[in-house]
Ligand binder design. Structure first.
Ligand code: SF4
Length: 252
């Protein structure tokens, strides 16, 4: 299983508070997968996909110190059993599978959930964060408790045919386990959200608008506007709690 590798060589597995969506503030153990099938130009986990030799643009390209990542240096390969052993160090049993795009490794997550459910007498809770382009199979859907879907808008810089899969969004919605979170950078993004909500038949109470922000200052300048959009359209507002608490650091 390919996980993001921290600079010290360890897999990116850490105990923190969920920062976004329905379970914001909840203590959770995060497991970050490497690899993604999209390449959003504002992505804050670009070390999971923006490999040397690729031509994907990133908003940090303007920073002279920014470099694409060496793929081998950014991935650590572990079996689900090895990951489960690492997780035994935590007394928390709320797990968040994040990335990158974790559903690229659906089979391995399924194996990991089976191991944890067997090893863990305290009813583990499994949550996944996905970009909504891949539909998991029935065994995975049976095991997972919460699916945080974040469909990407034009502001991601990714072509529509790659990032938008309305049929997948509808199917995820029909599981009753999915919330849908949209990153809002400007008022122009709202019509796209409304159109997609209509096309995929999403329930308003399951839709979150979240400010596009990589830094606390950006979050603070955007929060009032995005909160007003949420009020006006009857959607929920999602903060980025981890950004306020820890900044844009990894592994916290
Ligand atoms: S889908 Fe998520 S992880 Fe992948 S490039 Fe976009 S923001 Fe980054």
């Amino acid at each position: 299983m390919k996980l993001a590798r921290m600079p010290d060589g360890s897999p990116e597995i850490f105990y923190s508070l969920q920062g976004e969506g329905r379970h914001a503030g909840r203590p959770s153990v995060f497991i970050r997968a490497s690899l993604c099938n999209l390449h959003c130009h504002w992505c804050d986990t670009d070390y999971t996909w923006n490999w040397t030799g690729t031509s994907y643009a990133h908003e940090r390209d303007a920073d002279p110190s920014y470099r694409k990542y060496n793929r081998e240096e950014q991935i650590v390969d572990l079996t689900p059993h090895e990951i489960a052993s690492s997780l035994a160090a935590f007394s928390c049993h709320n797990y968040v599978f994040t990335g990158g795009e974790p559903l690229l490794q659906e089979r391995s997550w399924l194996d990991l959930m089976a191991i944890l459910a067997k090893a863990d007498g305290s009813s583990p809770f499994f949550e996944i964060e996905t970009n909504g382009t891949l539909m998991p199979g029935a065994p995975f859907l049976e095991r997972i408790h919460q699916i945080n879907v974040s469909p990407k808008l034009t502001n991601s810089g990714v072509p529509g045919e790659q990032r938008l899969k309305p049929a997948v969004l509808s199917s995820l919605a029909s599981t009753g386990k999915a919330d849908f979170k949209f990153v809002i950078g400007s008022e122009e993004d709202l019509q796209e959200v409304v159109d997609l909500v209509t096309e995929a038949n999403l329930v308003h109470d399951r839709v979150f608008l979240m400010p596009k922000a990589r830094k606390v200052a950006e979050l603070e300048s955007q929060q009032g506007t995005v909160a007003a959009f949420a009020r006006e359209l009857g959607f929920r507002y999602s903060d980025r709690l981890h950004l306020r608490l820890y900044g844009s650091r990894r592994g916290v």
